[in-house]
Design a protein around this ligand. Structure first.
Ligand code: XLS
Ligand code: CA
Ligand code: CA
Length: 446
């Protein structure tokens, strides 16, 4: 990637390209583990991890919460006198950050990048203008788009949902945004297009016909798929599950719910899943659980890399720092042979109390190092430790003889009964959970 792109002015002065300095370094603005060109197995770290920076938390969210406004003054939000001028400044700041950090991808919502407008034609014009500039910046810096999406949840018109709104006029308005955001994604060469359920859900069954809403949702997604394919989009459409927030009940609750929905409506050939760590934990699962369920069906398309908070029951979107989580995630990713065209998008925000300009760098450096270390440890566990052999041996009784016949659907209940009667009480087999946990620690501490 070329030298950091600087727009009209520098937004992160005093910070240059983040170097890799290795695990002995005390430089807070250096990678200790993420060495982009280092080979892990047959791919480089950059090729395995495909890191992306998200536009919304990093450049649009100044730290507001339900109790107060933002705490960070963003220089790209104040200098220009028009919304489009401020959007152009923000684009400069974003590309300066991306290139200084050295993450190869980014993700955006339509109205993160371009000013929103109630008039559809004006909204489209704003987005086209900003997409043309973003395309220039991509060409100048080598940055690539991981995925694009449309924000169908912030505007008050979407308070009762977008694709699942009980009012057709709102559904059509949402479609206008998806059409524009899809076209922007294609123009910028994005590998995937994401649908996060947003306000697709409901507050009370008293006023809601969930059957109709879910049928409309499937129709809407099919229309988006057809339009995307007609304009040359070859990537994956992704659904991002989340169990709660903002609605009480969200239709895309978790991996398994979304997989069932996609299969029911014949959408699983074009749609995969974008699994966010904090959403998985809100649904009562672990991050790895939702990744594994999607991967089992060949439907794990991309990851929103963040973490929740064990004491809070809401979506805190913290930067990933827990190595057990990153090892667990990378075990699933490596076993399925990678994430491309998806990647690891930091859908994460610095804390409201983190107000220095370098905090955004520190957060991403930590997240990238956490996943780089997770990748190395997961790779070593799979290739150098007894892990895979132990797992395989646990299921060895299905590899031959009657176990294999059962797995192939050749044994009925009566035959199984006769085998049980002849075989006597099964020999107890330990699950060895502690042995696996010790292996993770052993390789983490190497
Ligand atoms: C919100 C979601 C959102 C999606 C993109 O909770 O994580 O940011 O990733 O619309
Ligand atoms: Ca997300
Ligand atoms: Ca989230």
């Amino acid at each position: 990637m070329s030298a950091p792109f600087i727009g009209k002015r520098e937004y992160f002065p005093g910070i240059g390209r983040i170097p890799y300095e290795g695990r002995e370094s005390d430089n807070p603005l250096a990678f200790k583990h993420y060495d982009a060109g280092k080979k892990v197995g047959d791919k480089t770290m950059a090729e395995h991890l495909r890191f992306a920076v998200c536009y919304w938390h990093s450049f649009c969210n100044a730290g507001h919460d339900p109790f107060g406004p933002g705490t960070r003054a963003y220089p790209w939000d104040t200098a220009a006198s028009t919304p489009l001028g401020r959007a152009e400044d923000k684009l400069d700041a974003a590309f300066e950050f991306f290139t200084k950090l050295g993450a190869p991808y980014y993700c955006f919502h339509d109205i993160d990048m371009a000013p929103d407008a109630d008039d559809v034609a004006e909204y489209e014009k704003n987005l086209k203008h900003m997409v043309a500039l973003a395309k220039e910046r991509q060409q100048a810096t080598g940055m690539k788009l991981l995925w694009g999406t449309a924000n169908l949840f912030s505007h008050p018109r979407y308070m009762n949902g977008a694709a699942t709104n009980p009012d057709f006029a709102v559904v059509a308005r949402a479609a206008a945004q998806v059409k524009a955001a899809l076209e922007a994604t294609v123009e910028l060469g994005g590998g995937s297009y994401v649908f996060w359920g947003g306000r697709e859900g409901y507050s009370t069954l008293h006023n809601t016909d969930t059957k109709r809403e879910l049928e409309h949702f499937a129709r809407f997604l099919a229309a988006a798929r057809d339009h995307g394919r007609s304009i040359g989009f070859k990537g994956n459409f992704l659904i991002e599950p989340k169990p709660m927030e903002p609605m009480k009940h969200q239709y895309d609750f978790d991996s398994s719910t979304v997989i069932g929905f996609l299969k029911q409506h014949g959408l699983d050939r074009d749609f995969k899943l974008n699994i966010e760590a904090n959403h998985a934990t809100l649904s009562g699962h672990t991050f790895e659980h939702d990744l594994q369920m999607a991967s089992n069906h060949g439907l794990l398309g991309s990851i929103d890399a963040n973490r929740g908070n064990a004491q809070n029951g809401w979506d805190t979107d913290q930067f990933p720092s827990d190595l057990y989580d990153t090892v667990g995630a990378m075990l699933v990713v490596l076993r399925q042979g990678g994430l491309a065209p998806g990647g690891l998008n930091f859908d994460a925000k610095v804390r409201r109390e983190s107000t220095d300009r370098d905090d955004l760098f520190l957060a991403h450096v930590g997240g990238m190092d956490s996943f780089a270390r997770g990748l190395e440890v997961a790779h070593a566990l799979l290739t150098a430790s007894p892990w895979e052999r132990m797992r395989a041996e646990r299921y060895a009784s299905f590899d031959q003889g009657p176990g294999q016949s059962f797995a192939q659907g050749k044994l009925g209940l009566a035959a199984l009964r006769d085998l049980a009667a002849a075989g006597g009480e099964p020999v107890q087999a330990s699950g060895k959970q502690e042995r696996y946990e010790n292996l993770v620690n052993q390789y983490l501490m190497r």
